[in-house]
Design a binder for this molecule. Structure first.
Ligand code: ZN
Ligand code: ZN
Length: 317
């Protein structure tokens, strides 16, 4: 009996010691990791502090050069050339622009920079494209390597989709801040066996990417709003519409969060025809009817778009 008691006391002692040792080990590991982490981040922040103003300057320029490299891809489409992979095309454009930039920084800050565009991506906002660039710098004995990220805005750029989709040979034209479809859309509709292609002869759409300020969109049913939206040629966010990067490739819809714009018909014809949101015209192909059958310039819309924009049938706006 006595012996047994001693045994259990011994067990308790061994157990407690083991727990103590394990705790001490864990604490030691934690302290060493923490010291290492603080040490490393000190080195990083020291190096980056010395280069901070250069990296900041570079990042700010990336916002502008990123947009310029997208605009170059848009120009290629408007020159009648296809863009098969917009990410690759924009990367190529930006790498060229950054080469000049690196030379300018050599003059300005006496630093050796090398850069490579890692990615060009759509974002949660259809109005922004995310750029990631790996930037390496060397000045004297100091070096840094960092990934620089910036969003570039596509607002104010031309919509490449109509040209990329229909090609310049179709006769579609851009002037007076508008896309003029002439007979290009009707020809496209005949080719795809769509109803009342004659309704879309001489249809027009906005040329420049402008974000509609009437948000939430249901306010388009309020007096004067739709007219102002059409007069200004605004674009609207849409999960079904294609993003700017896919528009460059001539895709009417894509998996990314995108935008849609109304293609406006100018016709006395009252037949049912394609609903006029551009993703419907270029990809989804379902019908709608004029909001106001007696108005030559009335939008042709299906029920779900009427709901989204607060527009019901047989009313004049
Ligand atoms: Zn609008
Ligand atoms: Zn897309």
């Amino acid at each position: 009996m006595k012996r047994k008691r001693l045994d259990s006391q011994g067990n308790i002692l061994v157990g407690t010691t083991a727990i103590l040792i394990v705790s001490l080990l864990l604490m030691a590991v934690f302290v060493i990791t923490a010291i290492n982490f603080i040490h490393n981040s000190n080195i990083d922040s020291e190096a980056n502090d010395n280069f901070k103003y250069i990296i900041d300057d570079y990042s700010n320029n990336l916002e502008i050069l990123g947009r310029d490299s997208i605009a170059e891809a848009t120009q290629k489409v408007y020159n009648g050339l296809p863009v098969f992979n917009s990410e690759d095309q924009i990367k190529k454009n930006l790498n060229n622009l950054l080469e000049d930039e690196n030379n300018e920084f050599k003059e300005k800050y006496d630093i050796d920079l090398s850069s490579e565009v890692i990615s060009v991506e759509p974002t949660d906002s259809p109005w922004k494209v995310l750029f990631k660039v790996k930037l390496n710098g060397k000045k004297g004995n100091e070096e840094f390597s960092q990934i620089v990220e910036r969003n570039a805005s596509i607002e104010g750029l031309r919509d490449p989709l109509p040209i990329a989709k229909l090609t310049i040979a179709s006769g579609v034209m851009a002037y007076d801040d508008e896309i003029h479809y002439k007979t290009a859309l009707s020809a496209y509709m005949i080719l795809h066996n769509l109803d009342s292609p004659e309704s879309y002869i001489e249809a027009t759409a906005p040329l420049y990417m402008k974000k509609c300020p009437y948000d939430p969109y249901i306010h388009h049913g309020d007096p004067g709003v739709l007219k102002d939206c059409l007069d200004n040629g605004y674009f609207h966010e849409s999960a079904d519409g294609s993003c700017y990067l896919c528009r460059l490739e001539g895709k009417g819809k894509c998996p990314h969060y995108g935008m849609e714009v109304f293609i406006q018909t100018h016709t006395p014809i009252k037949n049912e025809s394609l609903s006029c949101s551009d993703h419907v015209v270029f990809a989804d192909h379902y019908n709608g009817e004029k909001i106001n059958p007696d108005d030559w310039d009335s939008l042709i819309l299906d029920n779900s778009h009427r709901k989204k924009y607060g527009l019901s049938a047989n009313e004049s706006y």
